[in-house]
Design a protein around this ligand. Structure first.
Ligand code: FES
Length: 114
């Protein structure tokens, strides 16, 4: 199903924003080559990625344990590694990619297909 998100000019390049599409919470990102959407919460311990840091390699870094995900695919590029010792938790919270959805821009509006 297709949902309208916001005006594309309201999400400048290099920024992201937590949004909702129907019942689905997501984070929408504006990268140099377009717009992308991932699930709203980190797959490690479910912290909001809305406050995640967008890195130069087009990954988002979780603010809690610093897992990194490829925004375009949701793939894990580095699993939770902070603070030292969190690796013990990782025994039960193994690597898991983020769900992603395609975002399109039409007439100055952003849409996501869920
Ligand atoms: S909650 Fe995101 S890395 Fe732990």
């Amino acid at each position: 199903m297709r949902y309208e998100l916001c005006a594309s000019q309201d999400l400048p390049e290099g920024q992201s924003r937590a949004m909702k599409a129907g019942d689905t919470k997501l984070v929408v990102y504006h990268l140099s080559d377009g717009f992308y959407a991932t699930q709203a919460r980190c797959s490690h311990m479910f912290v909001s990625l809305g406050k995640g840091k967008i890195l130069k390699d087009q990954c988002v870094q979780c603010p809690l344990h610093r897992a990194k995900f490829d925004i375009r695919t949701g793939a894990v590029t580095e699993w939770a590694n902070f603070p030292p010792g969190v690796q013990i938790l990782n025994v039960v919270r193994g690597e898991k990619a983020l769900e992603t959805w395609p975002v399109t821009e039409e007439g100055g509006q952003l849409y996501v297909e869920i």
